[in-house]
Design a protein. Sequence first.
Length: 109
Amino acid sequence: MTQRERSKQARRKWQELLSEQGRSGESVAAFCRGRQLCASHFYWWKKRLGASGAEKFVEVKLAAAASTLGAGEDRRVEVVLRNGRSLRVGPGFDPELVQALAAVVESAA
């Protein structure tokens, strides 16, 4: 196996591990401990692969369309993050602020 093939294989492995950790809801420390991974390697790969632009888009699902809500009903949107935490925002929210807040909340272990 060539160095290039090993590099691609390692990249795929760590992309899968990073995704698995995000879906698990576990802290990075607990995730790595449970899989006998070095946490510093995990963070190194997270930084390296995060810079590539992968996983920048997040699917958003709305529980009910605003047009179906009656008067006085809750018009907030709940954004569930990969780490299991969620953010609730009301009408007129600043998307850039929510995006920045989501990044901070998702990076917290």
